[in-house]
Design a binder for this molecule. Structure first.
Ligand code: FMN
Length: 418
């Protein structure tokens, strides 16, 4: 029998739903150390024992192996960012969270769903991991929902409630149905496009309404499991990184204007660059404008024609080209500017989940173009627009006015928008 390769094993084990923890301790030098872990397990009530497995590749391995104890912080559903951060090797992890020493001195996080502090009970070998077994000496919990992890993604219990609360309003619930590694798509006979099955509500398993009813009419019996995410109508959305289909759907379904905060028309992106779907078609940006949305043209080198060597003239060409097609009320800037962050943090922004090999290959970071080294260079673009003959009123709209208009329209309470 062929043993499963590590991908197959991960896929199979990923179906086991877990919480997410950050395991912490304090090194000999008094430095707090910690890493995100979902291998946490309760072992015994009497004596009270828990375990967590730490990879032999973890930077903090030796600190945890030698430590006299550790804390396990069970994260709350609003602490995804902490989970991301502690899954990186950033040496400044603890600067970004509110924590204090627990009764036994290990870092305990503010806002965690629960925490336990342990003294070291046993350290055992576990293949490419080391098993840390701790004897619980203190614990606490808060009435908040825990963060949940399954199949390499976070799952939010609270979403279920939000969907139920939203039913009856204008909702569109899509379902990803998987069978033998294939995802079910429906063909729209008018456009020939494939879309996920959707309905305005979930319905009941044997009922004729909602998603269940729609699936039954297709002869499909399915168990609807957990929800990955919910897009509430009545809120604005950013579809910079979304596929064409999702962009069109968001524009159509949302009653408020949609934003493409940092992307460029496909005529103005290069060919050998990392696009991440930030090349938008003319048809798409026209529809965005018809629904009062705004596109933020981006100076991010990887998505400009010519990359870092894109000239200011080419960027100005892109502005006037876009204004000519969708009107001056729908164009803004979206620099996507960042600087000074270590690769580990950027990897986490991009990959967004734990994976030894990043899910998105990092190809290095291109330098910003000579005419936009920081937001202090915006005046150079403004001067360029003046040279191109745009009026001061038009420039004011592009340089921020359109975003302010969109924010006013989109972030107003739903009732005043109705
Ligand atoms: C949801 C999630 C669960 C993880 N579970 C574990 C785990 O159980 N054990 C482990 O060693 N690493 C786990 N990791 C990866 C570590 O958090 C990551 O390798 C981290 O960089 C280790 O920190 P260090 O190298 O600074 O010690 C997990 C990451 C995520 C996002």
């Amino acid at each position: 029998m062929r043993p499963p390769d590590s991908r197959e094993l991960r896929d199979a084990l990923g179906a086991f739903v877990t919480g997410v923890t950050v395991v912490t301790t304090v090194g000999n030098s008094g430095q707090p150390r910690g890493f995100t872990a979902n291998s946490f397990t309760s072992v015994s009530l009497d004596p009270p024992l828990v375990l967590v497995c730490i990879s032999k590749a973890a930077l903090s391995l030796s600190v945890f192996q030698e430590a006299t104890g550790f804390a396990v912080n069970i994260l709350a559903e609003n602490q995804r960012a902490i989970s991301h951060l502690f899954a990186t090797k950033d040496p400044r992890k603890f600067e970004a969270v509110a924590w204090s020493p627990g009764p036994a001195g290990n870092p305990v996080f503010e806002g965690a769903a629960a925490w336990v502090e342990c003294t070291r009970h046993q350290v055992a070998d576990g293949g490419d991991h080391v098993i840390l077994i701790g004897r619980v000496v203190a614990c606490g919990h808060a009435p908040v929902k825990p963060l949940v992890y399954c199949r390499g993604a976070y799952v939010t219990f609270g979403l279920e409630e939000r969907v139920v609360a939203a039913e009856g309003r204008k909702t569109c619930i899509g379902v990803i149905l998987e069978r033998q590694g294939c995802v079910m798509m429906l063909k729209n006979p008018a456009t020939g496009e494939f879309v996920l099955p959707t309905a305005a509500s979930i319905g009941q398993p044997e009922g004729k309404e909602g998603l269940y009813g729609a699936l039954q009419s297709l002869g499909v019996r399915a168990d609807l499991g957990f929800l990955f995410s919910v897009f509430e109508d009545g809120k604005t959305g950013d579809v910079s990184h979304s596929t064409t289909r999702t962009c069109f759907d968001a524009i159509e379904y949302s009653s408020r204007p949609i934003a493409i905060t940092h992307a460029n028309p496909q005529e103005f992106v290069g060919t050998d660059i990392e696009l991440n779907r930030r090349n938008k078609s003319t048809e798409l940006i026209k529809r965005l404008a018809e629904r009062k949305g705004v596109i933020g043209l981006s100076m991010y080198p990887k998505i400009m024609k010519g990359g870092s060597s894109c000239t200011l003239d080419t960027f100005l060409d892109m502005i006037t080209w876009t204004v000519d097609r969708i009107g001056v009320d729908h164009v803004g800037f979206g620099s996507d500017f960042y600087t000074g962050w270590p690769e580990s943090v950027i990897k986490w922004w991009r990959a967004g989940r734990w994976s030894r090999e990043s899910a998105v290959p990092i190809k290095g970071f291109s330098p910003w173009p000579s005419w936009f080294k920081s937001p202090a260079d915006f005046p150079r673009i403004i001067e360029g627009m003046e040279r191109r003959g745009l009026s001061s009123q038009e420039i004011a709209k592009i340089a921020g006015g359109n975003w302010l208009r969109l924010f006013r329209e989109s972030f107003a309470p739903a009732r005043s928008n109705a």
